[in-house]
Ligand binder design. Structure first.
Ligand SMILES: Nc1ncnc2c1ncn2[C@@H]1O[C@H](COP(=O)(O)OP(=O)(O)OP(=O)(O)O)[C@@H](O)[C@H]1O
Ligand SMILES: [Mg+2]
Length: 317
């Protein structure tokens, strides 16, 4: 069997901006061909910086990165020929029509007019913008602009597509639509996608592998299922006040407790079965002097994983 080829590979990727901001503190990524990797992290975690380096728009301070087998610093032209990118902030010219914006982009990348026109027709159909193609981008809704961005990133038929926050600020319906396009790009076109997001459900829904990034470091990595399973089958969320440390210590010592952490006014305890363990946990709270206001049993999420590995809540500052 052929070994899985990593089309994105980084080693110790570090980025220091002037003013002594350490945006990336040694990131190692290995993304196999024809997969979706999601970098999930809060504001300022280093997501856009990672994409900027991988797409040759910024240079690493230390470390190396290969994209499609080419070094991003020494062979930027080779890298650029094989990638597409859509940015977090829309870079579309509002005075052009959607069709013109795509044509302009294709021509910039050296495609001839006929090839451009053909591609544009296909892509407008893909992102369902045919009826709005000849309207000014300035008149598009947020969702339409995102879809046009996606089409723009696909103009050059990239092997690898980088998507920086592909559904930022979109409503649920538009997000679901974009998710479907992303899934199709992998399934039908065999693409490899590296996307960033600060939406946990987006990473859970789309990614084969999720890298949770915080303060420029990958703090956990795995399939969404693997990551969540580490947390236990259920999480007991116990709101209340009083003696936390003793409660936490006692809970953590129990064999069926996977992990326990205090955050945002609640004790979050990952257990093998919420219904089975609830009584015992409530009893321990009582014994250790923790007064319970409210208890809920929930399924663990990537948010719980984030909380567990960083010790702080996943929240945008
Ligand atoms: N050009 C720059 N000059 C100085 N500091 C920068 C620059 N770009 C980013 N930073 C800093 O580097 C860190 C990482 O920023 P980055 O944009 O990569 O984060 P992000 O994860 O994309 O965040 P967001 O979710 O807000 O988009 C932040 O502390 C940011 O302030
Ligand atoms: Mg960003």
């Amino acid at each position: 069997m052929e070994a899985t080829k990593n089309v994105i590979l980084t080693q110790g990727l570090t980025k220091r901006y002037s003013g002594d901001v350490l945006a990336l503190a040694g990131v190692d990524l290995a993304v196999p061909a024809n997969s979706i990797y999601a970098l999930l992290g809060p504001n300022g975690a280093g997501k856009t910086t990672t994409i900027s380096i991988l797409t040759t728009l910024a240079q690493p301070t230390e470390g190396t990165a290969q994209v499609a087998g080419f070094d991003v610093v020494r062979q930027p032209g080779e890298v650029r020929r094989r990638i597409g990118v859509t940015f977090q902030e829309t870079v579309l010219d509002v005075d052009l029509t959607g069709r013109q914006a795509l044509m302009y982009h294709g021509r910039l990348y050296g495609l001839n007019k006929t090839t451009c026109a053909k591609k544009i027709g296909e892509l407008l159909a893909l992102v369902e913008l045919e009826s709005a193609a000849d309207r000014r981008v300035g008149t598009y809704s947020g969702g339409m602009k995102r879809r046009l961005e996606l089409a723009r990133g696909l103009m050059t038929e990239p092997e690898i597509l980088f998507l920086d926050e592909p559904t930022l600020g979109l409503d649920p319906q538009n997000r679901a639509g974009i998710w479907n396009y992303i899934r199709d790009l992998k399934a039908e076109r065999g693409m490899t996608l590296l996307m960033t997001t600060h939406y946990m459900d987006e990473a859970e829904q789309l990614a084969d592998q999720v890298g949770i990034i915080d303060h420029g470091r990958i703090v956990a990595e795995g399939s969404p299922k693997q990551l969540v399973e580490q947390m236990g089958a259920d999480v007991l969320r116990i709101h209340g006040q009083g003696e936390k440390t003793a409660f936490l210590d006692r809970a953590q010592a129990l064999p069926f407790v996977e992990n326990a952490i205090w955050a945002n006014g609640s004790m979050n305890i990952g257990v093998d079965s919420g219904n089975k363990r609830l009584v015992e946990i409530v009893q321990i709270a009582g014994e250790t002097g923790f007064a319970i206001d409210e208890v809920s049993v929930t399924k663990p999420s990537l948010g719980d994983v984030f909380l567990q590995v960083t010790g702080h809540q996943f929240r945008d500052e």
